[in-house]
Design a protein around this ligand. Sequence first.
Ligand code: SF4
Ligand code: MG
Length: 331
Amino acid sequence: TGPVLEVHDLHVTFRTEGGPVPAVAGIDFAVEPGKTLAIVGESGSGKSVSTAAVMGLLPGNAEVTGEVLLEGQELVGLSNEELRKIRGNDIALVFQDALSALNPYYSVGWQVAEAYRLHHDVSKKEALKRAVRMLDLVGIPSAQRRANDYPHEFSGGMRQRVVIAMALVNDPKVLIADEPTTALDVTVQAQIMRLLEEVQTEFGTALVLISHDLGVVAEVADDVLVMYAGRAAERGTVRDLFHRAAHPYSLGLLGAMPRVDVPPRPRLTTIPGSPPSPGSIETGCPFQPRCAYTERVGERCITERPELTPRPGEGNHEAACHLGRRPEVAL
Ligand code: SF4
Ligand code: MG
C-alpha cells in the first residue's frame, strides 16, 4: 500500500493590500495508513497553514498551488461543496483548543451524532448510538450517561477526548492533529497521545501530527518533516532526526529539548533570534541569519538557496543545507 495522503510542491500565498505574502514556499510530504508523520517547527514556520491548505480551510485571500492527493484524488481546486464532503469524513482535524471546537449549547452526544449525520443518512437515534460508542472508545467513563452532558461539564482532557471522538466518528483515513495536547497538563497530554496511538493501531488511520514538542514527536512519529520559514529544512525518519540530524536548525531544536535520559550537552541553548517570514529572505538560506555554521560554508549560505538533498547512504533522509558533513557538535 502506498501513501493515503500525498502533498507535492505545496505553495500558499496570501493576497494582502500590501502585496502577496508567501506562507508556504513549496513543501512535499506523504503519509501511509497507520503511520504518523510529525511536522515540526516554530510558530510561523508554515506548519498549520500547510495542513489548513490540505483541508481546504484557508480564507479566501489564500492562493494554493501544488498537489494534495487523497488516495490519488486531487483536492486542490475542488469546490467548497466537494471539500465539505471530504472534510470531517475522509480527513478529520483535531485542534489544540477543544472548547472552540465544541458548541457550548448542545450536549456532547448530540454534537458527535450530528458530525456523523453530516456524512451518513441515518436516524438521530442510530447516530446517537454511534456517538455513545465513540465516546466510550475514547475513554469517557459512563459514556451513555455523559453523552447528555454539555462541554463545560467536562475537564479539559475529557473535552479533548470528545473532540477526538467527533473527529473519528466517520472513520477518517487521515487525522490531522494540530498541537492536540498543548492546552493540557503533562499527564493528560500523555493520555491523549496514547489514545491517538491506540486509535491509529485499531483503525489504521494515518496521522499528521503538528507539534513543537519534540518529546512527543520522538515517542509517536514514524517520519518527521522539519519546517523553517515555509520550507522544508529536513525530512527523514524519527531515527534520522534524533540520531543523525543534518540541519543546523534541527540541531538547534534538539538542543532546546529537555532530555531526561541523557546528560545535557555542555552548551544547551535555545536558538537565538526568531524565524523570518517566508517572503523576506529572497536569496540564500532562510536560516542563515541565525545559523552558527554559516561561517564554515561562507558566501553560499547567502547567495544560494539550499534545496532538500539526500544524505548519502541514509535512505530517504534529506536536508536543505550547504554543509557537506553532519554538524556533530552544537556550536
Ligand atoms: Fe546554516 Fe548555511 Fe546550512 Fe543554511 S545552508 S543551515 S546558513 S550552514
Ligand atoms: Mg500552529
